[in-house]
Design a protein around this ligand. Structure first.
Ligand code: NIG
Ligand code: FE
Length: 392
């Protein structure tokens, strides 16, 4: 049995308000952490009181935060859409239909190409401090291509999401309701075994309220949890549908009215904000302050995908949340860790307290504030997924 003491942590963020300074981040200066042989935190507290362990590692005064929980990513695809991005930067608007470009490239790609691109992206996320990632299908849109996407994703995470209802593929353009029947029937049959969640892009140009409800209720009836791409490009029914159906998360939340905000505040549905999308589509950001003021639980995620936002960097999204959405550095860090965990209904990640997984990030900085204060700087020096990299 090997236990590990991580000592001389300059600032430890636990996300446990009962530890440390009493804030939501549960911060402790001059702290230490003990990890048991299973990769679970067994103790967190002041360095001076740390119990003995088999192995002692020195954090050298660095800041330690929980590993980022990226609760929204589309990582199974082929090709890129750099030309679309260039056109957008010259004034073209983002449109949902661009998804079909990636669908064509993904269908044409052999399994090995998709697997290699996925592995590269997961490694990229990990290097930047993400220790839990949700991965969606949604660029296959056939029974075969959606189920192979989810089977590939399952090799990397348990947080897999069936997004057959991303857009209506071209072969169903004349009969979208037949596509909804396919998604809720044979496609769900094939994909359900590989998925924890079901998602739908509820938006003009994708799926309307009735279609989204049909998709989500079919998934719920199979035992999947619900999540919704909601109110991204304009006002719409997505957020209220998510709340009504008990979805774990309503994602994007860019165009909300008062009823949407009240519905989120009265529900257990997390509002997951994806500011990398507004950055990459040059669009107005969601009103994070309004959601926080209403008491809504807010998460931050990357939405890493080849169309609307091709970043895998949670530190970048934290910097955007602070600079562009006026979240405090503390709110942004919480949203990228504990908020993401809430959006995935997980209590074992997103915090560093006894009983949680020892998923953590060492920053080459005295404080997490530097994640926003030093944007674009690679501050993540070590990432533990349950244990130090060297002992895995
Ligand atoms: O979350 N909104 C729908 N899906 C993605 C975009 C996918 C794409 O453009 O390829 C999103 O932004
Ligand atoms: Fe998305």
């Amino acid at each position: 049995m090997v236990t590990t003491l991580l000592d001389r942590i300059g600032l430890l963020v636990t996300n446990d308000p009962t530890l440390g300074d009493g804030s939501a981040l549960g911060q402790l200066a001059d702290a230490a952490l003990v990890v048991d042989a299973r990769g679970t935190v067994s103790w967190a507290g002041p360095s001076a009181q740390a119990p003995a362990a088999d192995v002692r590692l020195d954090a050298g005064g660095r800041c330690v935060v929980p590993g980022f929980v990226d609760s929204h990513a589309h990582l199974v695809f082929a090709g890129d859409r750099a030309a679309e991005f260039t056109a957008r930067m010259s004034g073209q608007p983002y449109a949902a239909g661009g998804i079909r470009t990636t669908v064509a490239a993904t269908r044409d790609a052999p399994d090995e190409v998709l697997a290699a691109n996925l592995a590269r992206l997961v490694a990229e996320l990990r290097r930047q401090g993400t220790t839990t990632v949700e991965i969606k299908s949604g660029y296959g849109l056939t029974v075969h291509d959606e189920s192979r996407a989810l089977a590939l994703a399952r090799a990397h995470t348990d947080e897999t999401t069936f997004l057959g209802a991303h857009v209506v593929p071209p072969e169903y353009a004349d009969d979208p309701s037949a596509y909804v029947d396919l998604v809720t029937g044979p496609m769900l049959d094939a994909c359900g075994p590989y998925a924890r969640w079901i998602d739908v892009f509820c938006e003009d140009g994708a799926f309307d309220s009735d279609a989204a409800r049909a998709v989500l209720t079919a998934g719920l009836a199979r035992g999947l949890g619900a999540r919704v791409h909601a109110n991204q490009l304009g006002p719409g029914p997505g957020v209220q549908l998510a709340c009504e159906l008990g979805a774990a998360s309503a994602d994007h939340c860019t165009h909300l009215d008062d009823v949407d905000v009240a519905a989120l505040a009265d529900s257990a549905t997390v509002a997951t904000l994806l500011p990398g999308v507004e950055f990459s589509t040059r669009s107005p950001y969601p009103d994070a302050r309004r959601l926080l003021a209403a008491g809504v639980t807010v998460a931050l995620a990357t939405d890493c995908n080849p169309g609307s936002c091709y970043t895998s960097s949670m530190p970048f999204c934290i910097a955007l949340a602070v600079r562009e959405m006026r979240m405090t550095p503390a709110e942004a860090l919480w949203a990228a860790t504990a908020g993401g965990a809430a959006a995935l209904r997980r209590t074992d990640v997103g915090r560093l307290a006894p009983g949680s997984r020892a998923d953590l990030v060492l920053l080459d900085a005295p404080s997490y504030v530097h994640l926003a204060y030093r944007p674009g700087v690679p501050l993540v020096t070590d990432v533990w997924a349950g244990r130090p990299p060297a002992t895995r």
